[in-house]
Design a protein around this ligand. Structure first.
Ligand SMILES: Cc1cc2nc3c(=O)[nH]c(=O)nc-3n(C[C@H](O)[C@H](O)[C@H](O)COP(=O)(O)OP(=O)(O)OC[C@H]3O[C@@H](n4cnc5c(N)ncnc54)[C@H](O)[C@@H]3O)c2cc1C
Length: 449
């Protein structure tokens, strides 16, 4: 796997969220010259909360009350634990702004800001020359500074796509949706419950956002009707419903009608003021022109070797942050290391044919297991993350991290309303705090933290 070292590459990372930040750090560590282009005014990606949903389409889908779904110990990059800081949000499942502060600390600690061009939106990424496998590709990146029409065009040896996956709503297709005259919106634009005061609201989708939003609407809205694709729902959801007279459970919607009627597949119906679709997000890279080499088909971004490298364009084009249902930050870190080391020639990829075969085998195994294409990048498998890390000698996920993550999931399943404040994992927590992840970090080396 170890081969001749290449000269440092000039690399454009698109996005300064968690994926882009760790990519910048690893590329820098490996000696590459890096420019991070970030459309927003600061780092953080999804965690840069944006209350303004009136006259723009924000990147962030985070709502004001959002708290993390996993405990903070699980989240941190391997060499930068998400520590409790005096005077900040010290909860184990903190609110979104604490994760933003963690990412800012990460940025400061590793000196990443100087690599980032803020308020710079990438509008186009394409190849300067049509390369073949093994040829050195050159990439053109066109960007615009905020409030300017001037397009800046630059060339790079490599581009790392790190623009996230939770900004483009995925909407269901429901009969009558186009003609329904009342308010319909996606959770992407939901921020606070107040606009729904005294309303009858249908919340579509019983995943994290659907549950969180339903639970905060119970104090404000007249009625909340949670429509769930999969029934029966968890014990946690049932407990919440039994506690609140104005929260009701329904199956999927059959049709919507001009007079405000919402009809469910079991024949029940009601008249609603608003429908909030908490139905997830689709991948979208509107700026990326690969001449059809990489495409998105029903939320399958492909072909991508190990969800990261398009065999025909790798390693000069790569993607970080495509997988879902993983412990995100350490995984992004292992992706970043692999990309950085491939570009420096420290490692090499299998042949194009081998990569294509691996992708086809993966697709076939998913199909054989009856997993719809839409879930191609849903991993939900610690072993996969370990196997992925093995490509670059990245440490396996610590047992305590897996156990704490699973413990939170199980607690949420049963105690949905309280799992972020009441838990029973003290022993696991002690194991975590005694592990090198926490003991390695010398806080004295960075007194402002
Ligand atoms: C409601 C919600 C709750 C979540 N809860 C959790 C949780 O509890 N725990 C957890 O681990 N994860 C959670 N996530 C997932 C979260 O997205 C990840 O934690 C993480 O933010 C992904 O990082 P990223 O860098 O890949 O993408 P992002 O954070 O989305 O960052 C992408 C960056 O790219 C920039 N960008 C996009 N397009 C362009 C362009 N054309 N030009 C320049 N810049 C561009 C954006 O401005 C942004 O800064 C949640 C997500 C949502 C939406």
């Amino acid at each position: 796997m170890v081969s001749v070292r290449n000269p440092p590459r000039y690399v454009c990372v698109i996005g300064a969220g968690p994926s882009g930040l760790v990519a910048a750090r690893e590329l820098k560590k490996e000696g590459h010259k890096v420019v991070v282009m970030e459309q927003n005014h600061d780092v953080g990606g999804q965690w840069l909360y944006d209350p303004n949903v009136e006259d723009q389409d924000p990147h962030s889908s985070v709502y004001e009350s959002l708290r993390l779904t996993s405990p903070r110990e699980v989240i941190g990059f391997t060499d930068f634990p998400f520590l409790i800081k005096k005077g900040r949000d010290t909860r184990r499942f903190p609110g979104h702004s604490e994760l933003l502060l963690y990412l800012k600390d990460f940025c400061e600690f590793f000196g990443l800001r100087e690599m980032i061009r803020f308020n710079t939106k990438v509008d186009y990424v394409g190849m300067l020359e049509d390369g073949g496998f093994g040829k050195d590709l050159i990439w053109v990146v066109k960007s615009k500074a905020k409030d300017s029409d001037k397009v800046t065009s630059e060339v790079f040896d490599a581009v790392v796509v790190a623009t996230g996956q939770y900004s483009h709503p995925r909407l269901p297709s429901i009969k009558g949706m186009d003609t329904w005259k009342r308010k319909q919106m996606h959770s992407h634009l939901y921020r606070v419950p107040e606009p729904f005061r005294n309303q009858v609201v249908v919340v579509v989708g019983n995943s994290v956002s659907g549950q969180d939003i339903s639970m905060e609407l119970v104090n404000v809205a007249k009625e909340i009707h949670l429509s769930s694709k999969s029934l029966p729902v968890s014990e946690g959801v049932l407990k919440v419903i039994s506690k609140h007279d104005n929260l009701h459970l329904h199956p999927t919607i059959e049709s919507l009608h001009e007079d405000g009627h919402v009809v469910f597949v079991d024949g029940s119906w009601l008249t609603a003021d608003t429908i909030i679709y908490c139905t997830g997000y689709s991948y979208s890279f509107p700026y990326l022109d690969t001449k059809g080499i990489v495409s998105i088909d029903d939320d399958r971004v492909g072909p991508l070797y190990e969800h990261t490298f398009p065999p025909n364009l790798a390693p000069s084009l790569s993607f970080i942050g495509i997988p879902r249902k993983i412990i995100g930050y350490p995984f992004f870190e292992s992706q970043a290391i692999w990309i950085a080391q491939l570009l420096s020639g420290k490692r090499s990829l299998p042949s194009r044919d081998e990569m294509m075969k691996s992708i086809q085998d993966f697709y076939q195994s998913r199909e054989a297991a009856g997993i719809p294409k839409h879930y191609t990048h849903d991993i939900a498998d610690f072993e996969y993350c370990d196997k992925y890390g093995d490509y670059v000698g990245f440490p396996r996920i610590e047992q305590w991290r897996k156990d704490l993550g699973l413990s939170a999931l199980m607690n949420a399943d049963v105690n949905l309303e309280t799992y972020r404040d009441s838990y029973n994992d003290e022993e696991l927590l002690q194991v975590a705090y005694q592990s090198p992840h926490f003991t390695q970090f010398d806080a004295k080396a960075f007194p402002s933290l």
